[in-house]
Design a protein around this ligand. Structure first.
Ligand SMILES: C[S@@+](CC[C@H](N)C(=O)[O-])C[C@H]1O[C@@H](n2cnc3c(N)ncnc32)[C@H](O)[C@@H]1O
Length: 269
């Protein structure tokens, strides 16, 4: 199985992988110190150079990695036996940073990517699992969580939902809210709705043939999906650009509705 055998959206997994492996050359202050990404890239025999030319995507990935590491660390400090889940995991390996010594972790993705993970990433110990799921199918929550402790979950879905239709995004978030134990978190990233249909302008995504189908009009719309949902945290990539970023975002907000790129953490109350 090579990346060329994958469909357009699964092929996008190379973009964040390349950013985590080599993005520190462009943005050293955002170095995420991913110990796996570089060797995974060499196993795939894929050149990351063209992807690194998309500096915006590299910045977005490294920034979101810093945010999710910080949110994940504070969650697992409170819930050291909580379970971590990455939905649409690609070839990410966040358990390297968020292993408390007692928690479980599940990396879930479509069957072809799951097969790639099984072949390339080797875990020792019994607290990690790869699972094959399709987030567009009913029952994915049960497939991900069966046999796991009923502790609060920390669920990460990064670089995935912008490729789903709005109805599919609704269903994914709704399924989390329906089933997750109280105190669980769902962390996701989102583009502004202005980015929908604009993948041709992205140097890296346009190479894959994937298209952006969902973007936020307003962060608050996520809370309307289910009465259990609360906004636990929210960050905009504008923070990487200093006061100029904030000024530009404030000016654009009436049109963009939501930040051009943001991270949101929802809590199941
Ligand atoms: C841009 S990659 C992100 C990978 C990973 N989250 C990361 O940041 O490195 C998008 C991922 O979403 C996965 N994906 C797309 N549609 C999916 C679906 N219906 N169910 C599960 N995973 C899906 C793809 O296979 C791919 O691994």
């Amino acid at each position: 199985m090579s990346l060329l055998d994958l469909d357009a959206v699964p092929r996008t997994l190379l973009i964040p992988l390349a950013a985590r492996a080599h993005g520190h050359r462009l943005f050293p202050w955002l170095d995420c110190q991913d110990v796996e990404a570089e060797s995974l890239l060499s196993c795939l025999q894929e050149s990351s150079q063209p992807l690194l030319e998309d500096r915006i995507a590299v910045l977005n990935v490294l920034w979101r990695t810093r945010v999710l590491k910080s949110w994940g660390a504070s969650f697992f400090k409170t819930h050291p036996l909580g379970t971590g889940v990455t939905l649409g995991a690609g070839l990410s390996h966040h358990f390297q940073w968020l292993d408390t010594g007692g928690n479980h972790w599940v990396d879930a993705d479509l069957l072809p990517v799951h097969a790639l993970r099984e072949r390339l990433i080797h875990f020792t110990g019994g607290r990690h699992a790869n699972r094959a799921i399709d987030l567009r199918q009913m029952g994915w929550w049960q497939a991900v969580t069966s046999g796991l402790p009923q502790q609060p979950y920390w669920v990460l879905c990064e670089g995935v939902l912008m490729y789903f239709t709005p109805e599919q995004v609704f269903e994914v978030i709704h399924a989390f809210a329906e089933s997750a134990p109280v105190g669980s978190r769902l962390v996701l990233d989102a583009i502004s709705h202005l980015g929908v249909g604009q993948a041709r302008h992205s140097l890296s995504v346009s190479r894959t043939g994937a298209e952006f189908q969902w973007g936020l009009q307003d962060t608050q719309e996520l809370l309307a999906i289910h009465p259990r949902l609360r906004l636990s945290a929210h960050r905009s990539v504008a923070e990487c650009y200093g006061w100029l970023g904030w000024a530009a975002e404030t000016t654009w907000m009436p049109w963009t509705g939501a930040p051009l790129y943001s991270m949101v953490m929802l809590e199941a109350a």
